[in-house]
Design a protein around this ligand. Structure first.
Ligand code: HEM
Length: 534
């Protein structure tokens, strides 16, 4: 069966229909003669326990809220389609990346990271850019951000990072991503964050519109072709309208006047037929070239310079339909970097490895049990079957006596598919080593790419970044944290920290690492002025 955008629409249609009856009923189908007054003993008397209609209506209302996402709570989404410009069979056997005749239905959710569900949208923060491809071989999720690198290198630090960047626990401030002591204290004590902090302080962290924002898979993933050959890959989304930002003053004013600025822009452009478009790009490194770079290709705090590894444009995503119901679609969607299809696989990036655990785990509580894959927005468009059974909210009515694999009682129980029949097979990567908890030596350079990023900027961009640091650090209560951060970023550029120090009235450091333009794994250890990093 051809899976195109229409098939996802048809699948959703089934769930979208309103009740056909014209009367108001209870959930049991009983027509109600009155919906405005509870049942009382006498005109001015107490409400009666017997009022099952009141109880049902109120109980359902009382249970309407579900927990917001622990991160990326504030999001907005739309449906669309993905078309492939050219076959990638050289690299992958994934059907949706090799068959150019197909249009794959997609659902994309954009988000801020730190703020809660009601927070303003034009705050300084990274943005999520998560896309679910409903392919014929199962759902593939590309769960990315608009910044190409991440704050940390190992997933075990993610709870610490998020505790530091969320509102402080003793006073629940600040509500959205903004200057505060715990965030900057975390940064100064976890210096692998330097590169992403430079992006977060740049104009990239205040996008003009979701339509004018790049997306990045961040991690190094693996593409595997039909012959079993593996390539490392990084995924990019390039907005057709170009990448544009607000300036901080605009962002703050808009934030005060219209907390829904980004969703309003996306919604109305789709309603008006100005469909947001993003081209998919890939950077590819053959597995055997893994060690040819000055940085470790598995380190998620590093990008692959586009001059060295060009981005090849391979397809286009078009968002062309707003959701019908934000709760049912935008809120209930469950993305997961581990939702892959044959031909796409993982690498040993320790941040990615931990994400592969975290998403299902959090969705089990957020979406109330193990059956959220049955929700319309999460269902694949291809058939799915296994022996998993029951659980809260189960919708499928499984039939038959047997609900286990190897058996002699049932006829025609589904069997695993061989790789030639489309069965997923993990790449046979060779793994060896001792069990240790440590940072790889190859992950120890924290400042070279941060410096390259700074050096790549125009003067106005540099000035915006100095202003952003000044605003953030100027608001800190702790002098010690402020000084530690200034010291840390003098590893990136002396001009940067001297500009900031001047703005916020502290003594600027005299030495720094501003001449660093090449990767140097030993850099962070050589620099004795600053806190030793572990
Ligand atoms: C959402 C964990 C790193 C992108 C989430 C959620 C969790 C989480 C628990 C909420 C999911 C839900 O409730 O459905 C983690 C962990 C990370 C990590 C443990 C690192 C160890 C990243 C990175 C990226 C990213 C590096 C970008 C490449 C996203 C996006 C969402 C999200 C876009 C929102 C998805 C949506 O719109 O529903 N993450 N995350 N995360 N994460 Fe991560």
């Amino acid at each position: 069966k051809k899976v195109d955008k229409q098939s996802k629409d048809e699948q959703l249609e089934h769930y979208r229909r309103e009740d056909s009856g014209k009367h108001l009923t209870t959930n049991q189908g009983l027509k109600m003669s009155e919906d405005e007054f509870s049942l009382k003993a006498g005109e001015r008397g107490p409400t009666l326990m017997e009022d099952f209609h009141f109880r049902e209506k109120m109980t359902h209302f009382d249970h309407e809220r579900i927990p917001e996402r622990v991160v990326h709570a504030r999001g907005f989404a739309a449906h669309g389609e993905f078309e492939l410009y050219k076959s990638l069979e050289k690299y992958t056997k994934a059907d949706f990346l090799t068959d150019t005749s197909k249009k794959t239905p997609v659902f994309t959710r954009f988000s801020t990271v730190a703020g809660n569900r009601g927070s303003s949208e034009t705050v300084r923060d990274a943005r999520g850019f998560a896309t679910k491809f409903y392919t014929e071989e199962g759902n593939y999720d590309l769960v990315g951000n608009n910044i190409p690198v991440f704050f940390i290198q190992d997933a075990i630090k993610f709870p610490d990072l998020v505790h530091a960047l969320k509102p402080e626990p003793h006073n629940e401030m600040p509500q959205a991503a903004s200057a505060h002591d715990t965030f900057w204290d975390f940064i100064a004590n976890n210096q692998e964050s330097a590169h992403m902090v430079m992006w977060a302080m740049s104009d990239r962290a205040i996008p003009r519109s979701f339509r004018m924002m790049e997306g990045f898979g961040v991690h190094t993933f693996r593409l595997v072709n039909a012959e079993g050959k593996s390539h490392f890959v990084k995924f990019h989304w390039k907005p057709v309208l170009g990448t544009h930002s607000l300036v901080w003053d605009e962002a703050q004013k808009i934030s005060g006047k219209d907390a829904d600025f980004h969703r309003g822009d996306l919604y109305s452009s789709i309603e008006n037929g100005d469909y947001p478009e993003y081209e998919l790009g890939i950077q590819v490194i053959p597995e055997e070239d893994e060690d040819k770079f000055e940085f470790d290709v598995l380190d998620p705090t590093k990008l692959w310079p586009e001059e060295d590894v060009p981005v090849e444009i391979v397809g286009k995503l078009t968002l062309n339909r707003n959701v019908d119901n934000v709760f049912a679609e935008t809120e209930q969607v469950a993305f997961h970097p581990g939702h892959v299809v044959p031909g796409i696989d993982f690498t040993n990036d320790p941040l990615l490895q931990g994400r592969l655990f975290s998403y299902t785990d959090t969705q089990l509580i957020r979406l109330g049990g193990p059956n959220f894959h049955e929700l319309p927005i999460n269902r694949p468009v291809c058939p799915f079957f296994n022996n998993q059974r029951d659980g809260y909210g189960r919708q499928t009515i499984n039939t038959g006596q047997v609900s286990y694999h190897k058996n002699s009682l049932a006829q025609n129980t589904p069997e695993p598919a061989a790789p030639e029949e489309g069965g997923y097979e993990h790449y046979h990567e060779k793994v060896e080593g001792r069990k240790i908890r440590a940072r790889s030596v190859s992950f120890k350079d924290h400042f070279s790419q941060a410096t390259l990023f700074w050096n790549s900027m125009s003067e106005p961009e540099k000035d915006h970044l100095i202003q952003a640091f000044s605003f953030e650090l100027g608001k800190l209560e702790s002098d010690s944290v402020r000084k530690q951060v200034i010291e840390m970023f003098s590893n990136v550029s002396l001009d940067l920290v001297q500009g900031v120090a001047k703005n916020i009235g502290i003594t600027p450091p005299e030495h720094g690492g501003s001449d660093v333009t090449k990767s140097s794994p030993a850099l962070s250890q050589q620099n004795t002025v600053f806190k030793p990093d572990t």
